[in-house]
Design a protein around this ligand. Sequence first.
Ligand code: WT7
Length: 650
Amino acid sequence: MADTPQETLANLLSEDRTFPPSPEFTQAANVTAAAYDEAAADRLAFWEAQARRLDWSKDWDRVLDWDNPPFAKWFTGGELNVSANCLDRHVANGLGDRVAIHFEGEPGDTRAVTYAELLDEVKRAANALTDLGVEAGDRVVIYMPMIPEAAVAMLACARIGAPHSVVFGGFSAAALSSRIDDAGAKLVICADGGFRKGKAFALKPTVDEALESCPSVEQVLVVTRTGQEVAWNDRDVKWEDAVGGASNEHEAQPFDAEHPLFILYTSGTTGKPKGILHTSGGYLTQASFTHHAVFDLKPETDVYWCTADIGWVTGHSYIVYGPMSNGATQVMYEGTPDTPHTGRFWEIVQKYGVTILYTAPTAIRTFMKWGDDVPAKFDLSSLRVLGSVGEPINPEAWVWYREHIGGGSTPVVDTWWQTETGAIMVSPLPGVTATKPGSAQRPLPGISVDVVDEQGEAVPDGGGGFLVIREPWPSMLRTIWGDDQRFLDTYWAHFDGMYFAGDGAKKDDDGDLWLLGRVDDIMLVSGHNISTTEVESALVSHETVAEAAVVGASDPVTGQGIVAFVILRGQSESSPEHLAELRAHVAKTLGAIAKPRQVIIVAELPKTRSGKIMRRLLRDIAEDREIGDVTTLADNTVMSRIKTGLQGGK
Ligand code: WT7
């Protein structure tokens, strides 16, 4: 077997560059290698110890109830208030004057909100929601730009036990109404609009349109952000009146550990969106612990910045619940990285002295494309930990991130997880792991992740297959809202007793994990499974390439042929010789079997609002078909530009 092309392919992309943490970092790290041993010795005792990092009003009877798998209950009988864990206890501990949020609006307006001020506002908002008739268990949809009120709204819902469902502000009226409907929401909290790419965009009209078909909604609470003209209906209430006028006294009442905290919809590739349900005690335990462990947060001195939007799970776990439960000081930025200039992120890092930065590979590759000279103009020396999430990070992008943003010395943590997992599952620990560019490496302590073959058998080191989770974890989804059967079919029907994540992965010879993208994106070329991620990484390792998206197009000879769409770096230009060189470069890096049939130079790629490449649409181009549904694209005109570019280039 050792000489089959597949084996060759699996071994060629294993990295030999590793970057151990400095002795000083290890010395001061929040979590040491002992955590792996403790969790291996007694997994439930380990999670119990992490739950003790939170304040509970009532202790639990059982750490895990797995009597009716896969329906898990964690910390059963325990009671806590999630919002009080994020706010009240810090203020009670004398930390009320610490800045919770350094808000940076896109137009340049700023606000520093302390923990005491945030608590005050959340108490008012909780009272306002109660006055509007929202009770524990009622669902509230939040449709907001990235402003502090978005976090206030979430924490106020959590405080009164009303599960929130945040819908990303870039989604259309149709997407919003289907989510409101599925959740059966009683109230919508929105803003008039927000600022993006130098302009005010409107949110309120989209809510009005969505509500034409949502009978469950009784009222709409509207924050003023842009001050633009909006239509006003009988059901609309101004945030400034309702929250501003409410009392700032509010005692947080404890809820059961399994009380629903939020529903978050994931679109997936097909079918109607799935409402992923997360509950309180286990979710907060793992969000809080992983934030403490993976980012090594020292709340007294660190300035943390996660660039995600609150509409994604990253914003839930690593802007609101993880960081705030740990008493972090963080930056919240409203806008895009290129407004008003391509150095905006680095200007923000310099201005606030950001020490921990958490962003996505799509952003990192964009920064590479904009050029090394952009970050070089700013003082980034405050940074000490860099994180990545959302898709596999190409080794070259990883190295670029460490070199050009991290000054060649910061640990880079590549964190694998999903909306469904609620919190980080696979990641290096910055004070422990010798990091390896492109690999998410090891399951965190207390997490049991494996790679199995089609029969569900664990693959040996050096092998590839499907990523699964073997044991329940505290922040796991509890079900799909209103659809237990779909929960069972989607995640638990593929392999007996294991959670199927839908991602391909391999273990390298050291046993480190490499994520290979969604299983649907894996190509079958002449009988060999080739991951789009590996070919993309090979292309990005060429000095002229900034970003690549690879698809398998049906091919009469090979089954599927590899077609690569490539964005060039900075000033690079292409020619027939250059295209041939790129194809040869992939063959040299991965093996001849992975050589693209065709390389197409483009100026942009079709991406969803969360930055994931929509390979399905590129496959339509590669197979010369009508382009399919583009409604979830961040910019739905990009496909016609790509097509026109191709015709113009011929
Ligand atoms: C899917 C989950 C988790 C928050 C953001 C996305 C991909 C995520 C990584 C990573 C390789 C990754 C997977 C996963 N993914 N992080 N570090 N390396 N792939 O949440 O929208 O639920 O997407 O994103 O394919 O299944 P999501």
